[in-house]
Design a protein around this ligand. Structure first.
Ligand SMILES: [Fe+2]
Length: 297
């Protein structure tokens, strides 16, 4: 039987009693969507045997799927699945991106239509010598962060717009990349031109609940429109420090078989780098397209 319970933290819930190799009926799926919008992140436990086909089929219930621009890390035969792993094949070649999410970010916010949600399936979770999980993912609620802003800041941001770019997040992650760790593939100017920067309102309305959301992140936001780079950097650092305060952050400790779904529009996330081969981390992600963000009213 399906149960939905709050996770320990300021937001988030976990779902048990589901096997996604059998497609949920529409009443069950509606409960999952409602929980996602209400709790921002949901973890469906116990999906160790979920196949790539069923992962894709379930993800498509939320909408059309994206194919990631770093296509060399897409799963063979399943381009909608992006591999996030530090594992290598017998020749030592990367089986996926090891250094995903090393800066706070919202997935694909550099697109005109950022993703609605992402579904990350944990196939292998690294552990320390005592068996404790490593490689936590931190999620911050940008709805809670907005609510807690001072009225003057809310008013200041209300009409502002921010420029988001893939180049920004690419360079931020590259700057943190460690030697001997498989990071992002080299991108040419031509590659970057295929994903040009885009502009979004700094405060957007959630497309389903209407709740206002602080929509700028350290990873992908280049600058605010009409501001000098210095002024913009200062504001972005201040807003990021505010958004990732502990009272707005849920830390996910992974279990093998977790299918973590995050409402990408109302959250940011960050992947902790505290493991190294032979500690293996192997994850597969699908990403669902969303609507173009609109300014909160
Ligand atoms: Fe991400």
């Amino acid at each position: 039987m399906l149960t939905i319970e709050r996770l320990s933290g300021p937001f988030g819930s976990e779902i048990t009693g589901l096997d996604l190799n059998t497609e949920p009926d529409s009443a069950t799926f509606d409960k999952i969507v409602e929980a996602l919008h209400r709790h921002a992140v949901i973890c469906i436990r116990g999906q160790q045997s979920l196949t790539p086909e069923k992962h894709i089929a379930f993800s498509k219930r939320f909408g059309e799927l994206e194919v990631h621009v770093q296509s060399s890390f897409n799963l063979d035969g399943y381009p909608e699945i992006y591999c996030i792993t530090n594992c290598v094949d017998e020749k030592g070649d990367a089986l996926g991106l090891a250094e995903a999410g090393r800066v706070w970010h919202t997935d694909l916010s550099y697109m005109r239509e950022p993703s609605r949600c992402s579904l990350l399936h944990a196939l292998e979770v690294p552990v320390d010598e005592d068996g404790n999980p490593l490689g936590d993912t931190l999620f911050a609620s940008c709805t809670m962060a907005y609510e807690a802003l001072a009225d003057e800041m809310k008013e200041r941001l209300r009409t502002m717009k921010a420029i988001h770019s893939y180049r920004q997040v690419y360079e931020r992650i590259k700057a943190k990349s460690k030697p001997g760790r498989q990071g992002l593939k080299d991108f040419t100017e031509e590659d970057f031109q295929k994903v040009p920067p885009t502009i979004h309102p700094a405060i957007i309305a959630h497309p389903h609940t209407g709740a206002p959301i602080l929509f700028c992140d350290f990873g992908t936001t280049e600058s605010f429109v009409g501001m000098s780079q210095d002024e913009s950097d200062t504001l972005l650092e201040k807003l990021t420090a505010h958004t990732v305060r502990p009272e707005f952050v849920y830390t996910h400790k992974w279990q093998c078989g977790d299918l973590m779904i995050w409402d990408n529009i109302q959250t940011q996330h960050f992947a902790v780098d505290d493991y190294w081969l032979p500690q293996r981390r192997r994850m597969q992600r699908t990403t669902v397209k969303g609507p173009a963000p609109r300014a909160a009213g």
